[in-house]
Design a protein around this ligand. Structure first.
Ligand code: GLU
Length: 512
């Protein structure tokens, strides 16, 4: 039997987690759950210059909001699991050890070049029209490093505290191949890979070294990440080879890009700003500038809707089914069904999903949003009333915040009446119907509920010899000022008997 997979989500805490990162985390999670494996959260914070306070907490909060559960790694309660620590900044010694081992084995080397010297090299190469100005198997021999300096000098420089980096000694002629689970075979010639820095002068590793070392030590079986990392994958394969870990190298699956709503080019924050939608799961306040970026949560998206929407951006179950709970996604998910082509970030589709989930949501869960808005507007709105409003209106809205807007006709008696409807429908018969209904209501003693109201109204109209179909729109006009709207009997129930009578009386005097 195959061992269950171990996957990881490995974000860098350089700001709020982008929605593409949420999709990556989601696919990792679905795969891990489907296969009975584990999902790790590793914080890749080795770039001290890009460290942003609060970003790690944001990542943890965002994953928890969308319902992605971490089995091991950095969690809200600190590190969990046998491979701790899970913050790369706390694993410095581990990477140093591996980098030094590579140097000893002749697979990496110390380099002492200053920034000026590196610039000068680039300028020289550019002047000579070199195809790619980089530090590689050819240029390295003109630079100041462990391959060109005498060993004693290298020692002396290091012991003297001179800053150095450790670079990968990329082979001159070697085929590097990997079979990506999404992209298929990727072949790169090592001459296209430069002598990447593995350990920086601050003693911290670069992303490449830390990522490979940790994936190995944490026994990761599948690296599922965004397509932007595909160009780094051959280098990673080379590193596994050099570190002697190629046998247990994880499999790679690079997920397709998220594209602009129009479909051409990568989705950016700017597209989102222009389109008036978020690209971050939660609202984020930049700790340096105080700038606030909107979040799907604060914009009123339900996490289930966001998850469902993201799940289909790059993966397809191969059936017509569109609505999936998390459990259904886990059941249906298949790495082989991830597609290569970029996925258009169609925010209208996200809204459609939200509408679907709002419709299915328990009334009691959505009621507090209505209560809050009603109270802010100065109305008393007990839970029971709010729940009735939700039941009446949830089919009609995309976001919970629209429930109160849709409920305006319940909270506010009409002060104006739709002119077109009035001209077409308000006549003597309509007035008679309204007066008769009002008279019956005044004497009505039973609980004021939609069914009872319906009976009362039809009975009233039958007695008055008025056809219901002819006056219903006028009745609605009298009660709400509008010609269309949600179920009128339920609307009356929520408005309450006194309110209904008052509205009918106002209509009787206002509508001539
Ligand atoms: N730290 C990288 C990132 O921020 C991780 C890439 C990977 O998954 O290997 O996306």
């Amino acid at each position: 039997m195959q061992t269950p997979p171990r996957v990881r989500f490995a974000p860098s805490p350089t700001g709020p987690l982008h929605i593409g990162g949420v999709r990556t985390a989601l696919y990792n999670y679905l795969f891990a759950r489907k296969m009975g494996g584990q999902m790790l959260l590793r914080i890749e914070d080795t770039d001290q210059n890009r460290f942003v306070p609060g970003a790690e907490q944001y990542i943890i909060d965002a994953l928890s909001w969308v319902g992605i559960q971490i089995d091991e790694g950095q969690t809200a309660n600190g590190p969990v699991g046998a491979d701790a620590p899970y913050r790369q900044s706390e694993r410095k010694a581990i990477y140093q050890k591996e980098a030094l081992r590579l140097v000893e084995e002749g697979k990496a080397y110390y380099a002492f070049d200053t920034a000026e010297e590196l610039d000068a090299m680039r300028a020289r190469l550019e002047a000579a029209n070199a195809p790619a100005a980089q530090y590689n198997s050819i240029t390295r021999m003109q630079m100041k490093n462990g391959l060109t300096l005498p060993e004693a000098e290298v020692r002396a420089r290091i012991e003297g505290g001179e800053p150095y980096v450790i670079r990968l000694k990329t082979p001159r002629k070697e085929e590097v191949r990997l079979n990506d689970l999404v992209r298929g075979w990727v072949n790169v010639h090592s001459s296209a890979i430069d002598d990447k820095v593995l350990l920086k002068s601050d003693g911290l590793p670069t992303y490449h070294l830390a990522n490979v070392v940790d994936d190995h030590l944490m026994r990761i079986t599948h690296v599922i990440r965004g397509e932007e990392w595909l160009p780094s994958a051959p280098l990673h394969v080379l590193l596994y080879r050099y570190l002697g870990w190629e046998d247990t190298m994880p499999q790679f699956a690079h997920l397709p890009l998220l594209l602009k709503p129009e479909g051409n080019g990568k989705l950016s924050k700017r597209d989102a700003d222009l389109g008036g939608f978020p690209v971050f799961p939660l609202e984020w306040t930049d700790p340096f500038t105080g700038t606030v970026a909107r979040g799907f949560r604060e914009d009123g998206y339900l996490p289930e809707a966001l998850v469902n929407f993201l799940s289909l951006l790059g993966w397809n179950p191969g059936t017509e089914q569109e609505l999936f709970t998390m459990d259904e996604l886990i059941e249906a998910f298949d790495l082989e069904k991830i597609h290569k082509a970029g996925a258009r970030f169609d925010i209208e589709k996200a809204k459609w999903f939200n509408h679907q989930y709002i419709r299915q949501h328990a009334n009691a869960d959505l009621a507090p949003a209505v209560q809050k808005q009603a109270q802010d507007a100065g109305f008393e709105c007990p839970a029971e009333k709010a729940e009735k409003i939700v039941a009446l209106l949830k089919e009609r809205v995309t976001f919970a915040s629209e429930l109160f807007t849709e409920a305006k006709t319940i909270f506010y008696a009409p002060t104006e009446f739709d002119e077109t409807v009035r001209a077409a429908k308000w006549n003597d018969e309509a007035r008679r119907a309204v007066v008769a209904f009002r008279d019956r209501l005044v004497q009505f003693e039973k609980p004021f509920e939609a069914d009872a109201i319906k009976h009362l109204l039809s009975d009233t109209l039958a007695q008055a010899g008025i056809k219901q179909g002819k006056v219903m729109q006028a009745m609605r006009l009298a009660l709400t000022g509008l010609g269309t709207g949600p179920d009128l009997m339920l609307t009356m129930e929520i408005v309450g008997k006194a309110g209904v009578i008052e509205r009918l009386e106002t209509a009787m005097t206002t509508l001539q």
